[in-house]
Write a protein that binds this ligand. Structure first.
Ligand code: CMP
Length: 142
């Protein structure tokens, strides 16, 4: 089915100047960018986004990293978008990511892993609503 998912290009990948390369991978995989913004997250915004991880030992470092520079946040649409996006990102830990994936090519560590993608359709809806108003998401018209 056609799905929508939330994607974030994290501060490490923005600093590496590979936004275009990553967008190109989305497009080549048949994922369409239907909303996008660049944003330097506040601590409160990053903590709220990752609230499900609040009790995890890496939470503090994760939030500090996510606010260390601007990110690019987008909604991707396409057939099986949630799974397809996760496939082209590769495993959370870049050391375990398959060759040719975004994380294998651009990420340095599990903490600085270049991209985020929603892990389920349910979380995709929650994460999209966290960053975008309905009026900021552009469905296909032609
Ligand atoms: P992300 O998909 O953005 O969701 C939470 C992030 O926490 C994850 O990517 C990793 O960058 C980071 N993280 C750090 N350590 C871990 C860990 N042990 N397990 C999962 N995520 C981790």
């Amino acid at each position: 089915a056609v799905e929508q998912t939330l994607s974030i290009i994290k501060p490490d990948a923005v600093a590496k100047n590979v936004i275009g390369d990553i967008y190109s991978r989305f497009e080549k995989a048949g994922l369409r960018i239907i909303a996008a913004k660049m944003k330097h997250l506040s601590r409160a915004e990053a903590e709220g986004f990752y609230a499900v991880h609040r009790e995890r030992p890496f939470f503090g470092d994760l939030v500090s990293f996510m606010i260390s520079g601007p990110v690019i946040i987008q909604v991707l649409e396409g057939e099986d978008a949630v799974a397809k996006h996760r496939q082209i990102m590769g495993a959370t830990d870049p050391k375990k990511a398959e060759a040719g994936t975004i994380r294998a090519d651009f990420a340095e560590s599990i903490d600085e892993n270049a991209v985020h993608g929603s892990d389920s359709l349910e979380n995709a809806a929650i994460e999209m609503a966290y960053f975008f108003a309905a009026t900021e998401i552009a469905p296909r018209t032609r």
